[in-house]
Ligand binder design. Sequence first.
Ligand code: AVJ
Length: 324
Amino acid sequence: NAESRLTSHKVPARLPVQDILEDASAGLIDAPRFMPPKYFYDERGSQLFDAICETREYYPTRTEEALLQVCARDIIEQLRPDHIVEFGSGTARKTRHLFDACDRAGETTSYWPFDVCEEMLRDSGQQLVEEYEWLQVNALVGDYHGGLAGLPPREGRCLYLFLGGTIGNFTGEEAAAFLDEVRAIMRPGDGLLLGADRVKDAGVLHAAYNDESGVTARFNLNLLQVLNRELDAEFCDTNFEHRALFNAEASQIEMYLVSRCRQSVHIGALDRTLELEDGERILTEISRKFTPARLESLLNDAGLAIQRHFEPDNGWFSLVLAGP
Ligand code: AVJ
């Protein structure tokens, strides 16, 4: 039966992962203020992110999915993976294109979705084992920011997935450290499929993070509700506004919550009060945009060579297959 093809494992963090209390204490009290973007994704935040992907302006998700649909077969036939390991798997919607390609090629693989959210892993895992009667799903519950050495040892070839352009949320240093971790667990014949958003017309980028219906603004402002709940804080979201801009020099979208007035906000769990000037901002996300050359050097620096590079005609997004 399907249920017997679904297992779940906790992956302990090997590297120190800061919790929201430490991140808030390091990032909120003094300027420049910054909260890591991973705190966006509570239940409402995850729903809002899905809604962002449906907006007319936010192109990355649908662009990547269309690419994956076209190149899935190539990737599966080239690599013939015994295991597919996905970092930040979410609902694994896009990963289905790879399973469909396995289906058509008569290949069977096991799937190792790695995510912090246990319920989402269980729900999506259950659906997958029902949809694909040959699929074994081994859910990995943990934070990939804590390193990857806890991954269970396996035999056979692995295809690692890091999709969605999430690599862009990392600073240059964090991205290098993460790719080093991935490289360290890879063996000859393994592959990494990495999705990365590309530098493009600033107007297109700006629109993607400032959608007309205001979903991205609600997604950004939802962080304040997360802080209120998790840190017993007293943020009032009508006192903040969403701002997203493309910093061309740093080649990144920067997303801020901007204070609309001079205000004091108490944070219970820190026993501190935040003093904000009118117009003062909290950086809530960077989303880096890559050139093919930047992407190549990022991978090469981690000891990974690009084997295939898939992109749409307009060059808006890259899916690269790289290996040791
Ligand atoms: C999921 C991190 C790829 O950076 O584009 C979407 C998140 N933020 N709109 C991105 C996001 C604002 C997204 N990633």
